[in-house]
Write a protein that binds this ligand. Structure first.
Ligand SMILES: Cc1cc2nc3c(=O)[nH]c(=O)nc-3n(C[C@H](O)[C@H](O)[C@H](O)COP(=O)(O)O)c2cc1C
Length: 196
């Protein structure tokens, strides 16, 4: 059985990045709970051409690779820094270019980081409607972290770390369930033929 592909996408435009660190923490937690093919990408990988593209066809190859990875993934960890009380404009811009059916039923974990705690509910009132539009299977635990939760770029706050572990476990369980369902689905015609 092929391993489920879990893609972490972080909308940071600088490195080191707290958002990327939080996305990585959820990917690690998911990888510890199940056999996954996990990788992380961020907007520094995409380069500035992402913002200049008005259509999918105009995306330069590094930005197109990000879009392709999102659409081909079996599950996602999506993250953005909070800018002006919401995900960044560039984050929304990328998802504006994603095929509307590409994320339907796929497990998605949501994370965000901000300077302080004031915008913690952004994960609920900004991100969830967007992934609701896509019909994604959003896991229950969304995670927000602020500057105070990191020390020298490392996520240290115990409560946020626990939520990242919880989210990773939820993702891994859903991905394993969907992989098993897919395998059973593929095996079904054989079983039926044998019964005839
Ligand atoms: C243009 C801009 C707008 C921001 N707006 C907010 C905001 O509304 N609320 C907040 O808590 N932090 C805000 N911040 C702070 C960032 O969200 C915070 O530093 C974030 O953790 C940076 O993530 P990164 O390290 O992945 O780049 C803003 C930062 C920038 C550059």
């Amino acid at each position: 059985m092929t391993r489920p592909r879990l893609v972490g996408l972080s909308a940071n435009v600088q490195r080191p990045s707290k958002t990327r660190a939080l996305v990585d923490a959820v990917l690690r937690a998911a990888g510890a709970r199940g056999a996954l093919d996990a990788r992380a990408l961020d907007f520094v990988d995409a380069g500035p051409g992402l913002g200049a593209a008005w259509t999918r066809d105009q995306l330069p190859p590094p930005a197109r690779a990000l879009l392709d990875a999102i659409e081909a993934a079996d599950g996602l960890v999506v993250g953005s820094p909070v800018y002006k009380g919401a995900y960044t404009g560039l984050f929304k811009h990328l998802f504006d270019l994603v095929d509307p059916g590409a994320l339907a039923g796929k497990p998605v974990a949501i994370v965000a980081t901000g300077g302080g705690a004031r915008h913690a509910l952004v994960v609920e009132h900004a991100f969830r409607p967007l992934f609701g539009f896509f019909g994604a299977l959003q896991i229950p635990t969304a995670i927000y972290a602020s500057d105070a939760d990191f020390r020298e770029g490392v996520l240290v706050e115990a409560g946020v770390r626990a939520r990242a572990a919880e989210a990773g476990g939820q993702l891994a369980a859903l991905l394993a369930h969907r992989a098993a369902q897919g395998a059973a689905h593929r095996a079904a015609p054989v079983a039926l033929a044998a019964a005839e």
